[in-house]
Structures are given as structure tokens and as C-alpha cells.
Design a protein around this ligand. Sequence first.
Ligand code: BMP
Length: 244
Amino acid sequence: TRKKVYTHSERAALCQHPLTQKLLTIMDMKKTNLALSADVTSSKQLLSLADSIGPYICILKTHIDILDDFSPDVTAELRALADKHNFVIFEDRKFADIGRTVQHQLSSGIYHISRWADLVNAHPLPGPGIIDGLKQIIKNFIIISYSPTEAIEMAEANSDFVIGYICQSRLTDNPQFLHMTPGVKLVEGGDSLGQQYTTPEDVIRRKTCDIIIVGRGITESVDPVATAIHYQQAGYAAYVSLFH
Ligand code: BMP
């Protein structure tokens, strides 16, 4: 467990990175630690989710390459919605190559990720070159912590760029780094392809992570907006309970 638990606004004041400050301020103002993983294959559906659920989230997480009907208008529209509802766009690209290749993957191709994403993520496995490559093109990224030792080392060495981790439990007491956890549902369980779910309460209270990432728990529910509000409330109540 952590030695000291900071509120979102206390942490915003402690953090140096502008995007971390922005995110923590959004979390504080909108009372949400919910990230929506909008894993749909239709652009219309993606934009509709972003607009209707935008008021309740701090982050919209995308997999832009799963859209069947991608066009640059979609990302322009997403940017407008991010400004309208005040959320951060995180493209879950999981970069994992040498520096020069990830630079191309980030700025070129069909998606031009660096033009519209606030945040991307990378595996620590390729070593420091991946960070150096990404750094020259985008200001913000997070590290996926399947190998925690390497992830922490890389994050600490690049705290001007790395804003946090994708992980299943808190890796470090350093309040500068946000911990974001996927595999969250209101009811524990799994899917038929190996996904394991834990609850908002477990992620925020027991594992002391900062942000819950929820996909199908919301997108496949009968009423996604009402369900998103439910996750927002469950996640935020767990955060508030840390101070009681
Ligand atoms: P869902 O809540 O529908 O299971 O979606 C989880 C989302 O989080 C997916 O977009 C997936 O790519 C992502 N994710 C994950 O599930 N586990 C990881 O270890 C890393 C991820 O990015």
C-alpha cells in the first residue's frame, strides 16, 4: 500500500508534466476516473459513443486501426469532441519497434496518430531507442508494464515524457505517474479469449491504481450512457473512500 494518498488536485499541483496536470484536473472537475475503451469498428458508432459518454470520462481510448471505415474526418471529429467534453484521447497503439520505425508508425501511414492523439503507449521491451524515437514526435506517452522493472526504469528516466503506466496494480509510490488499469467490469469474470475482469472497487481501492479502463462493460450494455455513469460513480466512490 501507498504511504501517502494524494487527492487528484494535490497531485495535479505536484506533477510537472502538463498532460498529467490536465488529466488530474479533469478527473477532479468532472469527478471521474473512468476511461472509455471505445473498441467499435464503425466510425459513426465511435463518434456517437465519444459524444454521449464524453461528459463522464477523463480519457477516450481508441484502437483507430480497427475502424472499417476510417477517414481523417473521424479523428478531426474526435478532437472536436475531446474539446467539447474535456477528455484526453489515448490511442492504444502499443508501439514495440526500434526508434525509427515507431516514428513512422506514429506520424505517417493512414492514421497520422501524432496529429490527433494526446497520448500513446509503448512496450518497454525494445529498450531506450523506442522512447527516444517517440519523444522526437509526440510529447506524451505511457508505458505498458508487462515487464515492471523495465517499465519503471524507463518511466523514471523519462519523466518529462512518460505520464504513467498501463498495469494491473500500482507499481510505484511516485505520485507523478498515473496508473491505468484495463480488464474492468462491475462483475468479475472473463471472456472466451483470455480477458480477465476485476471490479472498479478492486482496482482503485485494493490495487490503488488511478484510472479504470472499461470497454465492453459499457459498449455492449443495453444502455451505454447509463452504464457509463454507473462505472463513473463506482470508480469515483472507490477513490473517495481512500480518504475515509
Ligand atoms: P474490454 O473492457 O472490452 O475487455 O476492453 C479492454 C481494452 O483494454 C481493450 O481495448 C484492450 O486492448 C485493452 N487492454 C487490455 O485489455 N489488457 C491489457 O493488458 C492492455 C490493454 O491495452
